[in-house]
Design a protein around this ligand. Structure first.
Ligand code: FAD
Length: 498
């Protein structure tokens, strides 16, 4: 039976895992070892809606603590400046996998020419507003939002809450490990200390100290589907720019560029393929399109994941398990969902996990990674807008063989929810809606086209105009932040009263 659990690493992955394990299984003795000299990844991060659900609903972290300590801004979705339309918005609510009651076909069939303001968050994004107003003027904070956070602030908050819960954090560098009958029995630090445990979480980031270096678990790289392997990262202090309620993804000559909104800083990064452009050339294009960028640094990565995330008595969570470029901001989403799955499985087996439970965990987690690989690959493969060598390669070479049944179904039947039965089952926040937004957003032709009548168009336009009118009356991020920071603001779930 697992009694002592050691987490290697105190980045957001290790701390979220430690916090959740201790909270949900209080009888566990949970400790963390981390090396302050190595530090945490320290990037600006976008998230998806499972992140607030995990923090507030699953872990019971108070919204006040989170807003005070992590200082997030809200994210309603991603603005893609991308593809033949030039622009489309991906929100976290069903825009296309949805149908108005007075129309005969799902929304996707009405978006061939104009695809905008199809749901409330999309209309808010168009107006640079983040929430509707309640009748008393306060923001109506709906669950279809995620956040932008700064990694260091978030990590500092998690550290505080983890220690409050009774988790011990030990400073030291893991240098090796001892093996016993049940797997790893202790990790050994560079000063000779030994830390014993019956179960280990490897959250050591890209170093993958246990799952990779020690256990030599094979790594599956995604280079046949995702060609980018570097990012040049920079940003600037916000001046007069509005805080946008979404992440922006701009297509670039050899990849794409993110824009993440923090309250006082704008964070940008150009993700590119190093075999299609040089670091110097990427930096030049990055600066040319973002003249305000200050110092930059290049981050190298190898998109892919370990073939197994759970080996013997070691489970890897975070960048140690796998990594893909942040095109859909999936890393923390995976940390949340896999941590929950692990805890469910451990509790079901009363802390004596069976081999078949471990196998199921590996199948589920692996399938999540493959799904994300293919979903990101689709973003690239469908983009017909640019004719640079990089984008030609994306169209010609991106391996999406696992998506063939779904894409063929779409080609014949269009954006109908029945397509979900052609998807691999896995745990993510995108679902069939994510695929529809990419397919419709990039104008991929399909059969079974619908010719709406004049009456249908009237109804369709009335719905959109109503959404736009309400959105125009909404609050900006700055205005909404002022409300939630007001001393009289009280959180009652998301629908707070001012
Ligand atoms: C350019 C870029 C952009 C990103 N954007 C996003 C985004 O928009 N959204 C998103 O969800 N994610 C994003 N990510 C990923 C995200 O930052 C991470 O997945 C997340 O923060 C978790 O990191 P981690 O805890 O796994 O690793 P890290 O933050 O690297 O932490 C590793 C920990 O392990 C410890 N450690 C390492 N080796 C040892 C050792 N030998 N002994 C002891 N301790 C050790 C370190 O001290 C540290 O505490 C991005 C990543 C990159 C590179």
């Amino acid at each position: 039976m697992i009694k002592d659990l050691l987490v290697v690493g105190a980045g957001s992955a290790g701390l979220m895992a430690a916090l959740a394990l201790k909270k949900k299984i209080p009888q566990l003795n949970v400790r963390i070892v981390r090396d302050p000299d190595i530090g945490v990844i320290g990037v600006g991060e976008g998230t998806t809606p499972n992140f607030p659900r995990f923090l507030f609903d699953y872990l019971g972290i108070s919204r006040k603590a989170f807003y005070d300590l992590a200082e997030p801004t809200w994210k309603l979705g991603i603005r893609f400046n991308w593809g033949p339309r030039g622009r489309f918005d991906y929100t976290f609510a069903p825009q296309l996998d949805s149908r108005w009651g007075d129309l005969p076909m799902p929304n996707g069939f009405y978006c061939e020419d104009e695809f905008s303001c199809v749901d409330a968050p999309a209309a808010l994004m168009r107006e640079d507003k983040v929430f509707h107003k309640q009748s008393n003027g306060c923001p109506d904070i709906q669950p279809w939002h995620a956040f932008h956070i700064e990694n260091e602030k978030f990590v500092a908050m998690l550290e505080k809450l983890t220690v409050q819960l009774g988790v011990e954090i030990i400073d030291g560098r893991v240098q090796g490990a001892e093996r016993g009958d049940a797997g790893v029995s202790a990790v050994v630090l560079d000063d000779g200390r030994r830390l014993e445990a019956d179960f280990f979480i490897d959250s050591s980031g890209f170093r993958a100290e246990l799952i990779g270096k020690l256990l030599e678990t094979p790594y599956m790289d995604f280079r046949k589907t995702l060609f980018c392997d570097r990012a040049v990262v920079g940003g600037w202090q916000r001046e007069e720019e509005e805080i946008l309620p979404y992440t922006t993804a701009d297509q670039m000559d050899s990849g794409w560029c993110w824009r993440i909104e923090h309250e006082h800083r704008i964070n940008r990064g150009y993700v590119y393929a190093s075999d299609m452009t040089s670091d110097d050339e990427a930096e030049r294009e990055f600066r040319e399109k973002n003249p305000k960028v200050g110092d930059t640094r290049v981050v190298k990565f190898n998109s892919g994941c370990h073939k197994k995330m759970w080996v013997e008595n070691v489970v890897s969570i975070g960048n140690s398990a796998g990594f893909v470029e942040p095109l859909e901001a999936t890393a923390l989403m995976i940390v949340c969902s896999h941590t929950q799955t692990l805890i469910d499985f451990l509790l079901h087996n009363r802390l004596e996990p069976t081999p078949s439970m471990r196998d199921l965990y590996n199948e589920l987690t692996h399938s999540t990674w493959l799904d994300i690989r293919d979903f990101l690959g689709l973003h690239y493969q469908l983009n017909t807008a640019l004719d640079t060598p990089y984008w030609r390669r994306c169209r010609e070479e991106t391996d999406l063989s696992d998506l063939r049944p779904l894409l063929e179904f779409y080609k014949e039947n269009g954006p109908t929810g029945f397509a979900r039965y052609r998807m691999r089952s896995s745990q993510n926040d995108f679902g069939i809606e994510g695929y529809f937004v990419m397919l419709v957003g990039q104008k991929v032709p399909h059969g079974n086209r619908h010719q709406p009548t004049d009456l249908e168009w009237q109804r369709w336009n009335a719905h959109r105009e109503d959404l736009i009118r309400k959105a125009k009356d909404g609050l900006t991020v700055k205005e909404a932040l002022a409300y939630v920071r007001h001393p009289q603001w009280q959180w009652h779930g998301d629908r707070a009263a001012g």
